[in-house]
Write a protein that binds this ligand. Structure first.
Ligand SMILES: [Zn+2]
Ligand SMILES: [Zn+2]
Length: 444
């Protein structure tokens, strides 16, 4: 059996710049090529691959998985394997990212390189096998994380099989079905472990939503403004649908919900790719004959200055989700510095980002323009997670272990959480490895 080599080019013992190279005699495949939004300089990008790259596969459009893809496609004449929503959404998120890279930092690629995604695209669909390079088999499965997100099953010509989860959510959300659990037998599993820690047990989505809505209602009731920093893809749509649901059922007063940043543009793809959403939602769209986010309370921000002069309560959902850039900084400056308002973080905050600082209790924040602000608004966190928690990760892994899995490799997580997850898995007799950044291992 010819050996398969796996190199961990990024996203090992940390979250950000996910990238893995898988190769054998017939060629090299890159699984994800992301950037680290909390990193600086060269640390923003993954390590360069060793082999001649023949194929790039993207699991989903989040920048920590796709942010470096144009650089790979411009350097190597390789095909891009990704679902149609991933290609379309990556394209606009990458443009936005390139604009946000500050002037004094070297841009990792040009705007024209982003067009390579579409030019090199080979569409993949859940359950349909393809051949990314000669003799290799690729089958994508639903990962349940964001619109179009896929787990990638690969089998080498000599029969070594690997499943890479990308980001994984095993439970249903408002927009998506949880990840496929009906998977083929596999020799090696490379799995994310963002919420792999012993403390990581997500409360039910219903509980999270109710608490979120109660907190929002309280602030609106006393005339405050609620800022919801959210990732343009995934979290924003979940938050919008939650707000619409509670307004329609009378639990939340109807105030204007402003949407700023890339969210509006990304949300359009939820309507375009409605057949990728969970069946209940598909039926609702067909029955109501209106777009998912067509609601009188939801307004696009056309003039940000007007919003800054508004004296009545409102909600603004805006990018970036970790406060690294984008319109959210304007709202932070104006509304975040005032008592009585509320900043509601909704997603995982990578170490080194302003969102993480805020979550960790820091209230003096440095802005990209060099100025600093003091946050007097209340800060809360809602666990609208799109990642499996520790019990769900263990359950997912155990199912594959029962079907002949040889070893699990943990990526995309903080090292201390990975150790906690490994301890739990090894107690169950599951062989678990935590690769280091840059490490190259051989699978046979
Ligand atoms: Zn993601
Ligand atoms: Zn990720």
């Amino acid at each position: 059996m010819a050996d398969v080599k796996v190199s961990f080019l990024g996203g090992a013992r940390g979250v950000g710049r996910s990238s893995i190279e898988i190769s054998d005699d017939s060629g090299s495949i890159i699984l994800d090529s992301g950037v680290n939004l909390g990193g600086k300089g060269r640390e923003r990008c993954p390590i360069d691959p060793e082999g001649e790259i023949s194929a790039l596969i993207l699991t989903h459009a989040h920048l920590d998985h796709s942010g470096y893809a144009p650089a790979i496609l411009s350097k190597w004449d390789c095909d891009l394997f990704a679902t149609p929503p991933t290609v379309d959404i990556s394209e606009i998120l990458l443009r936005d990212y390139l604009n946000l890279v500050s002037e004094d930092e070297a841009k990792p690629y040009n705007a024209s390189d982003i067009t390579l995604l579409r030019r090199k695209e080979k569409s993949i669909r859940f359950g349909l096998a393809m051949e990314p390079i000669d003799g290799w088999k690729l089958i994508p499965f639903n990962a349940g994380h964001v619109l179009g997100s896929a787990m990638i099953y690969l089998k080498s010509p000599k029969g070594v099989s690997v499943l890479y989860t990308g980001d994984l959510n095993t439970t249903n959300t408002r927009t998506l079905r949880g990840a496929d659990m009906n998977l083929p037998e596999v020799d090696y599993l490379i799995i994310e472990s963002t919420y792999g820690g012993d403390e990581d047990i997500h409360p039910s989505r219903k509980k999270v939503e109710r608490k979120f809505v109660e907190d929002v209602e309280k602030v609106l009731g006393s005339g405050g403004v609620v800022i919801v920093p959210a990732f343009a893809l995934g979290r924003s749509q979940e938050v919008l649908l939650t707000l619409i649901h509670y307004i329609e059922s009378g639990f939340l007063q109807e105030v204007p919900i402003f949407v700023d940043g890339m969210i509006r543009e990304v949300s359009k793809f939820y309507s375009m790719y409605w057949s990728w959403l969970r069946p209940e939602l598909q039926r609702r769209i067909r029955e109501s004959k209106r777009g998912l986010f067509d609601h009188r309370a939801i307004e696009e921000v056309r003039n940000r200055d007007e919003l800054l002069e508004l004296s009545e309560p409102f909600i603004v959902i805006t990018t970036s989700g970790m406060l690294q850039g984008g319109p959210v900084l304007t709202y932070l400056k104006h509304y975040g510095t005032k008592r009585g308002n509320l900043i509601y973080l909704t997603g995982y905050q990578v170490r080194g980002t302003r969102g993480r600082l805020l979550l960790d209790g820091v209230r003096d924040l440095q802005l990209p323009d060099g100025s600093s602000i003091h946050i007097d608004a209340d800060v809360k966190f809602a666990d609208f997670s799109a990642h499996a928690d520790q019990p769900n990760l263990i359950n997912f892994i155990s199912k594959l272990w029962g079907k002949g899995l040889k070893e699990v490799m943990l990526v995309h997580g903080e090292y201390d959480k990975m150790i906690q997850l490994r301890r739990k898995l090894e107690k169950r007799g599951i062989r678990t490895y935590i690769p280091k950044l840059g490490e190259r291992i051989t699978l046979s």
